[in-house]
Design a protein around this ligand. Structure first.
Ligand code: NAD
Length: 505
């Protein structure tokens, strides 16, 4: 019999470097979504705590910015080593605290390791351009300089990987980082902070206070957002949160990197390989219990394959194993809390009242998990894209619609306020390329023959419209954590002005 989540959490925290007193006092009660039982109590930061953390980060930044970037990469390499050593424990703690299945908990740690490796390479590749000057004996170039203190606000569903995407890059770019994790997942954040401190202790060039952690809810996040010393805030969470954070940052001309809600679609065409499509859809729609920003929520299926695909989807939905996410074979764990469960049930009730056909979605009882909120993923047949289908309900609900025409399917894909991820399933080259073209998907992520969820760290991650427009992780996203200096050097004796302007004294 597995340990209770509370007992198992206790066995993991010490090896991860989190002392027992740190998680046994405070007003913020932490519960495992597996059974709803308390797994810790932590103290929240107050306004002075936020100010102190930012001041410490700023002091660290002033030293860190002068450490050569490849040396900064060495600290991130050491942190990657700590993550490798702690992968099993941290992966399990992620499962205990946010309820994703164990292979996904481990996958989240792997994603952190991957982004550390990426950032180490990047630390030798923070390239600027040289630009042809129009003036003789002048040289123009671009220099990239660190920003200062970078704030990171993260969501419960990727409790630690999102911080790593931001922090690994921000650190090699020469910044200090202040992190405000989700109030639902402070234990994994404490563990990661302690692993980072272990790495920093092994690296003499790391100034004290380079990475700061602030536990708390929206008020703590707001204090961080409003602190004039924080140059950039990377905020991941709901569009509602982004609507508050974005204007506050704009009001003080700070930089914002917003990674907000998604409402992701897939299009299935007649030539699609249905075996592959079914597996991709099942993972994208039901994986992580529908609690990924990239979760598949809307499905537009061509008439020719609608019936067979729906039949197979229904079979997959009614047979998928739901339960304790630590158990072998379980694919769908709990929703994060009662609010998420109630939100799912309210959406399904509304859909039924609108005449939509709902399959599944009912509560599921799981042995020894009395306080957990488990539900069978729901498939909802829709005639038109309307009502809750236009919004993100952060739960496993997949809307399915018949659509014959590719242009119409693309129009429907694009006809929502969010613009994160999208997919097409087809073996027709013209259809695939049309979907990826300028008249295709309007999302930040557009895939062919894989589902919308499960991104790799090498690409830029993020979405358009109400998803916030931010990009993070791979490609050239590092530029968001630096300021660009355009520099022109005159190595001649004359002073020719640009555009032929004369100003002779
Ligand atoms: P949430 O918006 O409730 O909270 C996210 C974070 O923002 C938390 O740390 C919270 O304390 C903080 N916060 C809330 N209000 C704030 C405010 N006014 N000022 C400063 N901070 C504030 O989101 P959640 O329930 O934790 O996560 C689910 C949501 O996150 C979904 O909408 C999902 O799509 C989205 N998400 C997006 C991405 C992405 O990359 N686009 C990734 C993961 C999750």
């Amino acid at each position: 019999m597995p340990l209770s989540p509370a007992d198992e959490t206790r066995t993991l925290l010490a090896p991860l470097g989190v002392p027992a007193p740190r998680v046994s006092a405070g007003d913020l009660v932490v519960r495992s979504p597996i059974d709803g039982a308390e797994i810790g109590r932590v103290a929240e930061a107050d306004a002075e705590g936020v100010a102190r953390a930012v001041a410490a980060a700023e002091a660290a930044f002033l030293k860190w910015r002068c450490v050569p970037a490849p040396r900064r990469g060495e600290l991130v390499r050491l942190f990657g080593e700590e993550l490798r050593a702690a992968k099993a424990d941290l992966g399990c703690l992620i499962t205990l605290e946010c309820g994703k299945i164990l292979s996904e908990g481990l996958g989240e740690v792997q994603e952190m390791i991957d982004v550390c490796d990426f950032a180490v390479g990047l630390s030798r590749q923070l390239y600027g351009l040289t630009i042809a000057s129009e003036r003789p004996e002048h040289r123009m170039s671009e220099l990239w300089r660190p920003l200062g203190v970078v704030g990171v606000v993260s969501a419960f569903n990727f409790p630690v990987a999102v911080w790593a995407w931001n922090a690994a890059l921000a650190l090699v770019c020469g910044n200090a980082v202040v992190w405000k994790p989700s109030e639902k997942t402070p234990l994994t954040a404490l563990a990661v902070q302690s692993l980072f401190e272990r790495a920093a202790a092994r690296f003499p060039d790391a100034p004290e206070g380079l990475s700061q952690l602030l536990i708390g809810g929206a008020a703590v996040g707001e204090a961080l957002v409003d602190d004039a010393r924080v140059a950039l805030v990377s905020a991941t969470g709901s569009t509602a949160m982004g609507r508050k954070v974005g204007p506050r940052l704009a009001a003080r001309f700070a930089r914002a990197l917003l990674e907000l809600g998604g409402n992701n679609a897939a299009i299935v065409r007649p030539t699609a390989d249905l075996d592959l499509t079914l597996r991709a859809l099942a993972f994208s729609a039901m994986g992580t219990a529908g609690q990924r920003c990239t979760t598949l929520r809307r499905l537009f299926v061509h008439d020719d394959v609608y019936e067979p695909l729906l039949r197979r989807l229904k079979a997959a939905y009614s047979s998928v194993s739901i339960g304790d996410p630590r158990a072998e074979g379980v694919l769908v764990g709990p929703l994060i809390d009662a609010r998420a469960f109630d939100g799912m049930q309210a959406t399904l009730a509304k859909l039924r009242s609108m005449g939509a056909i709902v399959h599944g979605g009912e509560p599921v009882e799981v042995a020894r998990a009395p306080g957990g909120f488990y539900a069978r993923p729901a498939l909802v047949e829709m005639n038109t894209q309307t009502g809750p289908m236009l919004d993100e309900t952060f739960a496993p609900i997949l809307y399915v619609m018949r659509v014959a025409d590719l242009d119409e399917a693309i129009e429907l894909n694009n006809a929502v306020a969010q613009g994160l991820s999208s997919s097409i399933f087809t073996n027709d080259l013209r259809e695939a390329e049309t979907f990826l073209s300028e008249r295709g998907s309007d999302c930040g992520i557009a895939n062919v023959n894989i589902g919308p969820s499960g991104a790799e760290i090498g690409g830029a991650f993020g979405g358009e419209k109400e998803t916030g427009g931010g990009r993070e992780s791979g490609s050239d996203c590092w530029k968001a954590y630096m300021r660009r200096v355009t520099s022109t050097v005159n190595y001649g004796r004359g002073l020719p002005l640009a555009q032929g302007v004369r100003f002779d004294l």
